[in-house]
Design a protein around this ligand. Sequence first.
Ligand code: SF4
Length: 315
Amino acid sequence: MNIAVSGCLLGEKVRYDGGDKHDLFITDELGKFAELVPFCPEAVVFGTPRPTIRLVDDKKKIKVLKNNDFTDVTKELQKGVKAELKRLKQMRLSGVILKARSPSCGVGTTKTYSKGGFIEGESYGLFAKAFKEKYPFLPMEEEDRLCDPWFRENFVMQLFAYDAFEQLKASSPKMKELVDFHTRYKFLLQAKDEKSYRELGNVVANHGSLEFGSLLKNYELLFKSAIAKKSSIKRNRNVLEHMAGFFKNELTADEKHTLHEQIEAYANKRVPLIVPLSTLHLYAKKYETEYLLNQVFLAPYPKELALRSHLQSSK
Ligand code: SF4
């Protein structure tokens, strides 16, 4: 899986002051499972070190000005943005992580100023805006938000689901492969959004006898929108209970009690999601419940990332 990342977050010395903003979660944890592809639209055109820049809202038109002498460098930065987008286009990306608050990379957190020098509001950096327009469904996040375990867990789940769909698409699937894919993602989708889950079920059922290429396209758009949504304790709890229902005839009274107690403890924020999930996984193995063992919801990304072990990873 390829993930585009603001170069400074990977430890590259590309910041205006010749420094970096090395992010250890990205390089040392996520980096074990993905190719991290650096970019820096500012270093490409202005070099490093360079004067700082800011976004100025000039009659609703965003301009980029140098902070030292107020030279308008909008066109130059746009060239850097274009060059980096062109380079990244060569790769099959499954996500992008950007540096918060940067005039180029900020995802809605970049300060904009009035011509008089007052802070006007917050906006997308030039690169982030162009990137979002070009890849509207690609998982996109800032490193700052990834410090929050809930954002982190949801984003990583989205990255791996997105990549899995891209792999499916690249394998020239037929209807059977799409149905298998959808079956494996059922509980994950339900945890994201019940409505999307049902709509995707209808697409796969293909009541309108749509030709497979159009059907796959419809599925892709709905799937990528669904995985971009954030899960919640309430929806996760529904999924856990639904999964528990698969063993209702097999579990002993003690096993049932343990499982329901753990689901309750999760719903009341006393234990993290990994607790009831591990028990479900154990019972699925014990009772050879193939359907559950195949559910991506049980292991949506490499377990070494251990993102569901934090109480705060659920809200
Ligand atoms: S332009 Fe983006 S990648 Fe380059 S230094 Fe600034 S924040 Fe980092």
